[in-house]
Design a protein around this ligand. Sequence first.
Ligand code: 0O2
Length: 219
Amino acid sequence: MTTADPSLESLARIEHPEYILEKMQPFLELMVYYHCAMLEVKTKLEVLDKGLALHSSRNPFESIKCRLKTPGSIIEKLKRKGYPLSLSSIEENLNDIAGVRVICSFPDDIYDLADSLCAQDDVTVLERKDYIQNPKPNGYRSLHLVIQIPIFLSDGKKEMRVEVQFRTIAMDFWASLEHKVKYKKDICNPEQVAEELRQCAEAISLMDQRMQEIRNSIA
Ligand code: 0O2
């Protein structure tokens, strides 16, 4: 046999881990950059939290959750949106590889924190979606920002995008249940569940406002 069978050739390569590593290395490096950017944003928020706590003796957020999108879900999203499967396409087209979720007690804290973050010299705001002022039809509420920040590497700086979601504890509780419902296939009365969830989102929003008023009255 003079020409190599391509499928056998690729099988043979899999036996050489250095081949896989060589192919994976640029992707893994990009993920490390996103990880660094995510940590940078988390630190910025923690510094803001400490600063605001000093001046007002309150902590604007309850918790922060960070996550990197998995390789499988990166590929799924690129395919679904019709974007090329390449590293430059990931950087150009996907804003949520690095995600930071900030859970606040009160709605006003969301806007105070978000405004302070956006006002920083090295933060560029690329996108702002206010689903608190303009909730989604299903009742989803959160403030979403896509920001770009520099990370400083041994050979220079690189601008990276991070998606930051701000919610109250109550909005987060709602979103996690709604997320579970969305991915559950065997619900027998989906319209009724969706309507119940929409009503709960309204109730939660009213409760958030009342809690805010109580906090304002005792501040
Ligand atoms: P995951 O696993 O949380 O990352 P985009 O992804 O930006 O192209 P879109 O819809 O314009 O698409 O983005 P948007 O509106 O900013 O929402 C993106 C993220 O917000 C979602 O990420 C969810 O985390 C959250 N989100 C948006 N809408 C809803 C909703 O109706 N219910 C819940 N529970 N969460 C929502 P992913 O990629 O879907 O998932």
